[in-house]
Design a binder for this molecule. Sequence first.
Ligand code: HEC
Length: 252
Amino acid sequence: MKRIKSSIQILLAAATLLVAGQAFASEGVDLPYRFKPDPDNQASVQRGARNFMNYCSACHSMRNLRYNRLGQDLGIPDDMLKADLMFTSDKISDHIISAMPGDEADAWFGKAPPDLTVESRYRGPDWIYNYLLTFYVDPKRPLGTNNIVLPNASMPDVLWELQGLQVLKESAAEGEDKEAEHGEPQFELATKGKLSPEEYKQFVADTTNFMVYAGEPGRAHRLAVGKKVLLFLLVFTVLAYLMKREWWKDVH
Ligand code: HEC
């Protein structure tokens, strides 16, 4: 009886944790855009690395990732790595550290840009994807822009030249709800960007895929080893079964 009671307690505790975890994950605003991360798409992750180094690494570091690890994992030769991706240092064994001094960043933005190595595990890929898609013009903010998923973000809309400048549609700006019926925010492109909306979404998807890779660089290796281990266990089970039959054959 005691045992049953404690099993029920354990089950209840597990259920509570699960519910609490989900509540935490969905904390804050709904995410208007859907995104399915694909860190196994090497071409996309490579493009994302280039995007990150060009548009983000001036402010954000990835302290737990080294350039040469990145090069090895993504199949980028050292000379290309140096020429195309390394702007803040020239030793390929260096960690990815932004050029921005912390104190000054505090003064400029009111908040230092956080390290982004494990951001994809902290916020989740779909949060990042939505964050980069939902900057909009807001004259009430010091930098003139705001963000749907991180309200009053102190990060400038650094990709505006690519995306263009979007404003919330009148109806959405007046009402509390900034989302249209089908879930996507009611934005209007006030100034066109260098990329079309589709191209910009691809740019953001690539950047997010790169950040998912950075959150767990060993993922591809883990999956490959995992498959081999499973295959081994399968073969071993068959062999063990055959051996067992052979050994017990005379006993029965
Ligand atoms: C000019 C400096 C600057 C650049 C360039 C920049 N950021 Fe930021 N970023 C910031 C600051 C400052 C914050 C802190 C915002 C806040 O919390 O209000 C931030 C916050 C973020 C966050 C949210 C962190 C969190 O969980 O709260 C993400 C994600 C992010 N940046 C991604 C990017 C990406 C991707 C790029 C490149 C496309 C980029 N940033 C370029 C300054 C910058």
